[in-house]
Design a binder for this molecule. Structure first.
Ligand SMILES: CC(C)(COP(=O)(O)OP(=O)(O)OC[C@H]1O[C@@H](n2cnc3c(N)ncnc32)[C@H](O)[C@@H]1OP(=O)(O)O)[C@@H](O)C(=O)NCCC(=O)NCCS
Length: 161
C-alpha cells in the first residue's frame, strides 16, 4: 500500500488534533498533555503561514494516516494516526524528508520512533531536555527509495484499557 504525501491544509485540523491528543502521542512530546483547540489552531496556522516550514499530510487509500512537520531549524516532528501505527507508515513518510541537515528529539522510551529515525538514516547525537537527539546531515537516496516503497505487514496494536 502506497503512502502519498501532500501539503497540509486548514481542514486537516481535526484529524491532527485527534492524533496529537491521543495519550500514546502526547506521552512522547515535550508537552506531555493534550492541546486545546485554540492552541492547535495556532500551531497549524503558524505552520501554514510560514513558507520555511514544511507541513505534510500522509494519505493511504484516501485516508489520512499521518502528519510530518519540518521546522526552519531542521527539527522534524511526526505523528502517525493511532490506528495506522506499526504498518510502516512512519518509514514511508520519513523517506520524503528533504535532503538537508535535520534533527529529531525523541523520548528514550519511544522505541518505534528511535527505530523509524535510525532506519531513515538519523544517528544519535546527544540529549537535550530529557530527550535523545537524532541527527541526519545527508539523505541516503537509495535507502529513501527503498523505504518509500516498502510494505510492512500490519502489526497487532495493543488496545488501550
Ligand atoms: C513513532 C511513530 C511515528 C512510529 O510510526 P509507525 O508508522 O508506527 O512506525 P513504522 O510502522 O513505520 O515502524 C518504524 C520502525 O519502528 C518499529 N516499530 C514500530 N512499532 C513499534 C513498536 N510498537 N515497538 C517497537 N518497534 C516498533 C518498526 O519495526 C520499524 O522498525 P525498522 O525501521 O527497523 O523496520 C508512531 O508510533 C507515532 O506517531 N507515535 C506518537 C508520536 C511520536 O512519538 N512521534 C515521534 C516524536 S518526533
Amino acid at each position: 500500500m502506497t503512502v502519498c504525501m501532500r501539503d497540509a491544509r486548514w481542514s486537516d485540523l481535526s484529524e491532527i488534533l485527534r492524533w496529537r491528543n491521543e495519550p500514546g502521542t502526547y506521552a512522547n512530546f515535550h508537552n506531555r498533555y493534550p492541546l486545546s483547540l485554540p492552541a492547535m489552531q495556532r500551531w497549524l496556522s503558524d505552520a501554514l503561514a510560514d513558507p520555511r516550514t514544511t507541513l505534510w499530510m500522509a494519505e493511504r487509500e484516501d485516508k489520512l494516516v499521518g502528519v510530518l512537520r519540518v521546522d526552519p531549524d531542521g527539527a522534524v516532528m511526526i505523528i502517525v494516526a493511532p490506528e495506522a501505527r506499526g504498518q510502516g507508515v512512519a518509514g514511508s513518510m520519513l523517506a520524503h524528508l528533504p535532503d538537508r541537515p535535520l534533527f529529531a528529539e525523541i523520548r528514550e522510551t519511544n522505541t518505534a520512533s528511535h527505530a523509524a529515525f535510525a532506519t531513515a538514516g538519523f544517528c544519535r547525537a546527544g540529549s537535550r531536555c530529557g530527550m535523545l537527539v537524532y541527527r541526519r546531515e545527508k539523505a541516503d537516496e537509495e535507502r529513501a527509495r527503498d523505504l518509500a516503497t516498502r510494505v510492512m505487514p500490519a502489526r497487532a496494536v495493543k488496545a488501550r484499557s
